[in-house]
Ligand binder design. Structure first.
Ligand code: MTE
Length: 325
């Protein structure tokens, strides 16, 4: 239980990580679980990407940058962004780049089901070749009050929706990450966040069709970046980063609002809409400012992470909803 509220940049990992995860991590370390613990220690030099299997889409990178989505400030240096990640399947540390290399990203299939014209399972390479890849520079704002500016490669999420052919009765999209303890030891029974896997996130169909919603297949001009959630993850830059689900294997169209991984774990701290708002504090820390992991500087957080012109309209009639995480 937190007694004294510190300023954001003073948040130790024990406060920024939900208690249930933090305590299970301590238990795990105490038990000397060497395999899982190995993924918790910093390996700053390691920004390696997939090299175990050929990527049939490799020739599509680097994709052309779409200058509509750019940022006037500095990009976060690749070696910094690729070595400071949240990917709890590989541990609660930020330094999971090395552990994440256990992820096998080929073959990789995505299942589309639920309220769709026809359920289908598609190979990731078929999907990537069916869409138009481009590069967009987006700001990433984690709910833990750190941020980065990253050139993502991918395609607009509306293309994914079109590909899936949802029924008009579908209102939400539920997405699921792989659940395979052989690739992610933290998913073994009795380990981190036991019973809460796979990682799940969701959004409304309107959000998915917003032009900013982006399915990411690569970063910094390359595909197959495992620590960034290869081979495919979501990026909705106006929301806190926990909505940006990585390594997706299933996309379900539904009329029921999905309950995400964090919402299930700690609903009082993490909600469904999770839009960035500097004026609404997290129950354990302020969201007024953020630490840029590239420069180390603090800067004021901006409503909708600065993307209000694109997305504020999505929420204007949602009275009584918990719009901010
Ligand atoms: N997706 C999965 N499957 N597992 C995770 O632990 N962490 C989320 C999100 N997507 C997470 C995930 C959180 S909390 C954040 S802030 C972003 O990924 C971090 O993305 P990055 O590592 O590319 O910076």
């Amino acid at each position: 239980m937190l007694i004294k509220r510190k300023r954001g940049w003073e948040i130790p990992e024990s406060q920024a990580t939900p208690e249930r995860l933090y305590f299970s991590r301590r238990k795990l370390l105490g038990a000397g679980a060497s395999l899982a613990a190995a993924s918790l220690f910093p390996e700053l030099a390691n920004a390696q990407r997939a090299s175990d299997v050929p990527d049939p889409t490799a020739s599509l990178y680097p994709a052309k940058r779409n200058d509509k989505y750019k940022f006037d400030g500095k990009l976060t240096e690749e070696r910094l962004a690729a070595n400071y990640n949240n990917f709890y399947e590989y541990g609660t540390s930020k330094y999971i780049a090395s552990a994440a290399q256990q992820l096998k990203i080929r073959p990789w299939q995505i299942k589309f089901d639920g309220m769709v014209e026809k359920e289908q399972t598609v190979d990731i390479d078929t999907l990537i070749k069916a869409v138009q890849l481009e590069e967009r520079i987006y700001r990433l704002r984690c709910v833990e009050a750190w941020s980065a500016v990253i050139p993502w490669t991918g395609f607009q999420m509306s293309e994914l929706v079109n590909f899936a052919k949802p029924l008009s009765s579908a209102k939400y999209i539920r997405m699921e990450t792989f659940n395979d303890p052989k690739m992610a030891p933290e998913q073994r029974p009795g380990f981190l966040s036991d019973g809460n896997w796979p990682y799940i996130e969701g959004c409304s169909i309107e959000e998915a069709n917003n032009e900013l919603s982006f399915m990411v297949t690569g970063a910094y001009g390359k595909g197959g970046y495992k620590q960034f959630g290869a081979p495919i993850r979501l990026m909705q830059p106006w929301k806190y980063g926990f909505k940006a689900i990585k390594s997706i294997v299933r996309v379900t169209f539904t009329d029921k609002r999905p309950v995400g991984y964090w919402e299930k774990l700690q609903v009082q701290e993490y909600g469904f809409w999770a839009n960035v708002n500097p004026e609404v504090s997290h129950p354990r820390w302020s969201q007024a400012s953020e630490r840029d992991i590239g420069t180390g500087e603090r800067r004021p957080t901006v409503l909708f992470n600065g993307y209000g012109e694109y997305v504020a309209g999505l929420y204007k009639d949602m009275k009584g909803e918990r719009l901010w995480a």
